[in-house]
Design a protein around this ligand. Structure first.
Ligand SMILES: [Zn+2]
Length: 303
């Protein structure tokens, strides 16, 4: 099957590099995967979203799985860990999962042992899959043996409920072994609150997609210095910039709209470099308002 949005360079596991003050950012990919286009755009009619996200023969659109490696000089941080290698055979086939992140690390010359901090924005399977690795003999082991992992306590609790609505999104092997071993720290960050993880690295709660979705702030040079933000599934791709273009997966669509407004109110005037979790072709960019006051990707180069 041919995928219309696939470009020649789609197989490159390194999706981009940039600097932010003294920090180095490298975007690694666990590969692309496919989700139903309608589910990705909620109540937006297909003739509108299809212009921005072309579908394949099964009405699916191509999505990326972007892990951001931040080298601060003091720490080497991994934000998100893709789908991983623990899906069932059936689910792996449905999503077209590629399990590419280890190859991306090798291509970038970064060893998993170098990572000392891992941050998960939330615990859906496509954001924390390589937190752990299934070995050939079936054991589940930490992929980053020297890292302290961070996730929100509310996400773990929600995942453990295994609700009819989203049980499929939560795979406990991605976090339970790390909690049991003490390697994962659970955060209690409340909506709108910011929790500092390391110098220049903090998380802020932006509810809507899930009740405790965390954005990751990257600030080099203190306040007033350059600022990047991994906004995760609040705004999953550059096709989702309109405040009302949410996903059907979002648990609280109204809150999602309000939180997008709150995000843009700072990200646009303060010139944040926005990192997109699921955009395979445009992993980061600046956002500005067009002449109709709609948020759009800025033409200004960001790398
Ligand atoms: Zn999600």
């Amino acid at each position: 099957m041919s995928h219309p949005s696939e470009r020649p360079n789609s197989a490159d596991p390194i999706r981009g590099r940039t600097t932010l003050g003294d920090f180095e950012l490298t975007i690694l990919s666990d590969g692309f995967y496919f989700l139903d286009g309608g589910a990705m755009f909620g109540v937006v009619p297909r003739p509108l979203w299809e212009k921005r996200a072309p579908v394949d023969a099964e009405n699916r659109i191509l999505l990326g799985l972007n892990t951001v490696i931040v080298r601060t000089g003091k720490h080497t941080i991994a934000i998100e860990t893709g789908i991983g290698n623990k899906l069932s055979h059936k689910l792996r086939a449905i999503y077209g999962a590629q399990e590419q992140l280890p190859r991306a690390f090798a291509a970038a010359g970064i060893r998993p042992e170098e990572i000392d901090i891992v941050i998960n924005s939330h615990l859906h399977f496509d954001h924390c899959g390589w937190n752990t690795t299934r070995t050939p003999d079936g054991r589940v082991v930490p992929t980053f043996p020297n890292a302290r992992y961070f996730a929100h306590r509310g996400e773990v609790e929600h995942g453990h409920l295994q609700l009819e609505r989203d049980a499929i999104s939560y795979l406990s092997d991605n976090y339970d072994p790390l909690i049991a071993s003490g390697q994962m720290t659970l955060l209690d960050t409340r909506p709108g609150e910011v929790t500092r993880i390391a110098p220049g690295i903090s998380v802020e709660c932006f509810p809507g997609h899930t009740a405790q979705l965390l954005a990751i702030h990257i600030e080099s040079g203190g306040s007033g210095g350059p600022h990047a933000c991994y906004i995760s599934d609040l705004i999953p791709t550059t096709a989702h910039l309109d405040i009302t273009w949410g996903m059907a997966y979002d648990l609280d669509p109204l809150r999602n709209i309000e939180e997008r407004k709150r995000f843009y109110a700072r990200a646009i005037p303060e010139r944040w470099l926005v990192l997109f979790t699921h955009d395979h072709h445009t992993p980061f960019g600046y956002i500005e308002l067009n002449d109709k006051a709609k948020p759009v990707l800025s033409a200004e180069p960001s790398s």
